[in-house]
Design a protein around this ligand. Structure first.
Ligand code: EPZ
Length: 422
């Protein structure tokens, strides 16, 4: 198993380019199932989660090919096995997003029920409720969700909100299924995340009729069939935010290219609010920090609120602030596995229910730590670059799920991150 040995502290400077968004690419790849032919997806990041998704699509009958320019061709001419296997779903929960497209295309789908993960229980009840409202019959058998719609799906008015607000992949599933349903569907309390807007734009390029894109109310006029299409995935706002924190935590200066600040207003606001300079530049931004980091309060929320996927990284940053901060997690109340690890690096964090009180300290210190999930491991790498001494991050396969060769991209900027095999 690979580990990262990180020497710190370092000060980052230079320029870095953000890759295509993992969380936009995954449902877009699943959406290719809806059209009988070859779609091409550009700007797909080279990540282990994307490879798992390719395996999943191949398993249902797609021919997936990686092209020289890095794009992916997904030929869904024949879908002869509408099954999401346990062996794949257990490796990547996002596999659930083939449920809607398989059901719409094949009128039957069997997808292994995802379990919990390091960030919480993560139920899929709202996905199933939405698909049932489109007329699907759904039951659970041997750990598999069996969804059937022998006569096809029928449009409906669906309230898709849940206890924590909207659901990103739940919206993706119901939206994809509704494109081929008979008649009109309204999804109220739809997720507004840019990744869902990107999916909807791709679906429209395939011939779907979706309006209200980017709003909490999506209207879908069902069509008989979709055609294959070509699409470029939006930049990854979470990777961009992670690089922004990397500049800030190392008192550095980074030009971040291929980043849409318009998708990141809550993050940019928070960075400026705590003393980090973010200047918009053509297609990206320049992030610098010269002075102290000021303490602040952060509450994670569905988009356009502050993203849960940057909570851990900001916790690492605020642990060096000039006072006490509070971070409240409103999406995944248990997403705090990084707290104990950051404390091993001399941060001063106290968890109180779904909140963490961060008492700012003057410096972090290197230590051996354990990565638990994708974003938590990013936070440990960020902390390791700012800490004095050596940090060893174990289980870096978590970070490889969402950040492409992070060490090869940060080291030219001044980081000292070495990948070693344990
Ligand atoms: C997506 O997960 C992302 N994953 C997550 O990214 C991200 O943290 C999350 O959205 C929130 O922004 C992908 O896009 C592949 P949700 P998703 O359904 O769709 C509850 C990363 O690090 N809920 O929006 O699975 C749920 O428990 C990750 O890249 C139900 O109660 O998240 C949570 O509290 C990890 N029932 C809230 O809704 C349901 O049926 C939002 O979850 C579905 C969700």
């Amino acid at each position: 198993m690979d580990i990262f040995r990180i020497e710190g502290p370092v000060q980052l400077s230079g320029s870095v380019t953000v890759n295509g968004s993992k969380n936009a690419a995954l449902p877009i790849m699943a959406a290719c199932i809806l059209a009988a032919g070859k779609s091409t997806i550009l700007s797909v990041p080279n990540l282990s989660d994307i490879s798992v998704c390719c395996e999943l699509l191949t398993g249902v009958g797609c021919k997936v090919q990686k092209n020289e320019d890095g794009s992916l061709s997904i030929d869904a001419a024949t879908i002869d096995n509408p099954v999401g296997d346990y062996e794949i779903v257990r490796r990547m929960r996002a596999s659930i997003c083939v449920l809607g497209p398989l059901l719409a295309r094949c009128r039957r789908a069997e997808v292994s029920m995802p379990g919990g993960c390091a960030i919480g229980d993560r139920p899929v009840d709202i996905h199933l409720r939405g698909l049932r409202e489109l007329g699907a019959e759904i039951h659970l058998e041997n750990g598999y969700i069996i969804a059937e719609a022998a006569d096809g799906l029928t449009g409906s008015s669906i309230f898709l909100g849940g206890p924590f607000g909207s659901t990103v992949l739940g919206t993706a599933n119901v939206l994809m299924a509704a494109t081929l349903a008979k008649g009109k569907t309204i999804i109220e309390s739809a997720a507004c995340e840019p990744e869902i807007a990107d999916l909807a734009n791709f679906l429209n390029s395939m011939g779907a009729k979706i309006s209200g894109i980017g709003s909490p109310r999506l209207t879908i006029e069902g069509v008989k069939e979709l055609r294959p299409s070509e699409h470029k995935v939006i930049p990854d706002r979470i990777e961009a935010g992670t690089f922004m924190v990397a500049a800030a935590i190392t008192s550095g200066r980074l030009q971040i290219n291929n980043c849409r600040l318009d998708d990141m207003m809550a993050v940019v606001y928070k960075l400026r609010n705590i003393g980090v300079t973010v200047d918009e530049s053509d297609g990206g931004c320049l992030v610098t920090r010269n002075g102290p980091i000021h303490a602040s309060h952060i509450t994670t929320q569905p988009y356009p609120g502050f993203p849960t996927d940057l909570q851990a990284q900001f916790m690492a940053l605020l642990s060096l602030a000039d006072g006490n901060s509070i971070i409240i997690e409103k999406i995944f109340p248990d997403r705090f596995m990084h707290v104990a690890e950051l404390n091993r690096m001399a941060a001063s964090l106290r968890k109180e229910g779904a909140a963490v009180i961060v008492s700012g300290t003057k410096k972090l210190m290197g230590a051996p730590v354990m990565a638990s999930d994708l974003r938590a491991s990013a936070a440990l790498v960020l902390a390791g670059m700012a800490a004095e001494g050596t940090t060893v991050v174990n289980r870096v396969y978590h970070i490889d799920r969402g950040y492409e060769k992070i060490e090869e991209r940060l080291n030219p900027l001044g980081a000292k991150i070495y990948r070693e095999t344990d």
